[in-house]
Design a binder for this molecule. Structure first.
Ligand SMILES: Cc1cc2nc3c(=O)[nH]c(=O)nc-3n(C[C@H](O)[C@H](O)[C@H](O)COP(=O)(O)OP(=O)(O)OC[C@H]3O[C@@H](n4cnc5c(N)ncnc54)[C@H](O)[C@@H]3O)c2cc1C
Length: 119
């Protein structure tokens, strides 16, 4: 339906128009069982979490906070476990390539705070 405003269809049309995607990521529309468009290829998928989008609540020293907001003594969390893999510091605007930075940053904060706590 050329008049549809369905977001997924709109996104597919956008991808087909974008030259980078057009060259390597899209196939010309065709009937799925059309032998001329074959061969069909089966792909075994393994479910994998790419972004946690959540995790243990921490403060700026990566100390894990309890429900009441007080730090849990001696417990730190960083990276995905602390929600830095997805939203984290980037919030809704987190894009490809922005996860590792927050993970490393929160790990550094945790390491420094833990070292301070025992020195
Ligand atoms: C397919 C994919 C593509 C990605 N692409 C990008 C990208 O292009 N750019 C980007 O910035 N980020 C990307 N990310 C996200 C980024 O890789 C992760 O956010 C980041 O690696 C998380 O680091 P982490 O140290 O917090 O957790 P992890 O790397 O998950 O490390 C956790 C470690 O803990 C270990 N572990 C788990 N349970 C136990 C246990 N009980 N005892 C001991 N060890 C345990 C695990 O084996 C693992 O080694 C991608 C992620 C995926 C899955």
């Amino acid at each position: 339906n050329p008049f549809t405003k369905d977001l997924q269809v709109t996104a597919i049309r956008g991808a087909r128009r974008y030259l980078g995607d057009k060259l390597i990521r899209t196939a010309a529309p065709h009937r799925i069982l059309d032998p001329a468009a074959g061969p069909l290829i089966a792909v075994r998928l393994n479910i994998l979490t790419r972004k946690s989008l959540g995790g243990l609540e921490t403060d700026l020293d990566s100390r894990v906070l309890t429900e009441g907001g007080a730090p849990l003594d001696g417990v730190y969390a960083a990276g995905e476990a602390a929600g830095f893999g997805g939203g984290g510091v980037h919030g809704y605007r987190s894009l490809e390539g922005t996860f590792l930075g927050g993970c490393v940053f929160s790990g550094r904060a945790a390491g420094r705070a833990a070292a301070r706590a025992v020195s």
